[in-house]
Design a binder for this molecule. Structure first.
Ligand SMILES: [Zn+2]
Length: 298
């Protein structure tokens, strides 16, 4: 495998440094991945298109067509995985609905919709459940509300269901076709953070620490499962316990083939794609051409 791209929704720089980074001494470059607007849809779209929110046009939290936001279908630009010179798998990445694939690639749409895949028979014989299997509300109708989770479940029950979803995902990943470039995402940490919205800032410490530990273990299993020349990990935003909402301070890190030993470098979310493509020695001429057409580069 040439690239393993791991998205960890909502894990901020603070708990990345405390929990994940100490377990990964091979990290060559890392730092803040800054989200100018810390919303999942716009930020993942910037990370994956290499364009700012103003350029790609996805502005809504869930990447749905609300308040004039573009969607995965009509955004300006292309995702990095649409231009790579080899087979691609995209697993549960936010704002990838409806799924679309080049021949030989596969995709399972992530957040916020029920999982749909291409090719359509991809999951035949493979157990799979979406991130929101435990929800009793339909998120498609409630974007803009300040809470996303019903309170019928106590936190421990909700966390246990969410962890089951992540384990099912790992098991599915073992059975999906091998690819040269694999993009995987977990939204577990994000869902724990939102589930904690009724707790005070200090009371959130323990569940968020536990969530970070769970993510570390999940990443460990992923790295055991796949041997990749280059590994990238990134989050779309962090979490502010005081404000009970996403923060601007996500993280990124990379190691492996083509990744220089840079230590800490803070970047904007749309700047990650160029670093990944440089490490892979690939460029998408459409990005440059598009930016030129838009007047963003000379
Ligand atoms: Zn997010």
């Amino acid at each position: 495998m040439r690239l393993l791209f791991i998205g960890i929704d909502c894990l901020g720089l603070y708990r990345f440094e405390r929990f994940l980074k100490p377990r990964l001494p091979q990290i060559a470059a890392w730092g803040e991945c800054h989200a100018p607007l810390p919303r999942t849809g716009p930020s993942w779209t910037s990370i994956l298109t290499g364009l700012t929110m103003e350029e790609h046009g996805v502005t809504s939290l869930l990447g749905t067509a609300r308040e004039g936001s573009k969607t995965f279908q009509d955004l300006v630009g292309k995702y990095i995985f649409e231009g790579l010179p080899g087979s691609v798998g995209v697993f549960n990445l936010p704002t990838t609905y409806p799924p679309r694939c080049r021949p030989g690639d596969w995709m399972i749409s992530g957040y916020p919709f029920d999982p749909v895949c291409c090719p359509a028979d991809l999951l035949n014989g493979i157990d799979y459940i979406g991130d929101y299997a435990h929800l009793i509300v339909d998120l498609r109708g409630v974007e803009g509300k300040s809470y996303l989770w019903p309170e019928e479940y106590d936190n421990d029950t909700a966390f246990a269901i969410m962890q089951l979803v992540e384990r099912v995902h790992l098991r599915a990943l073992r059975r999906l076709p091998g690819v040269e470039y694999l993009f995987v995402c977990t939204t577990y940490y994000d869902r724990v953070a939102h589930q904690c919205h009724q707790l005070g800032p200090a009371e959130q410490n323990d569940p968020l620490d536990d969530a970070a530990r769970f993510v570390v273990d999940w990443v460990d299993q992923l790295l055991d499962l796949f041997s990749a020349d280059t590994v990238v990990m990134v989050s779309d935003h962090g979490w502010s316990q005081r404000e009970n909402w996403h923060s601007h301070t996500g993280f990124w890190c990379m190691w492996g083939a083509g990744v220089p030993e840079l230590g800490r470098v803070d970047i904007m979310n749309h700047e990650l794609r160029g670093r990944v493509e440089t490490a892979l020695s690939v460029t998408d001429p459409q990005i440059e051409g598009r930016l030129r057409a838009l007047g963003y580069v000379e």
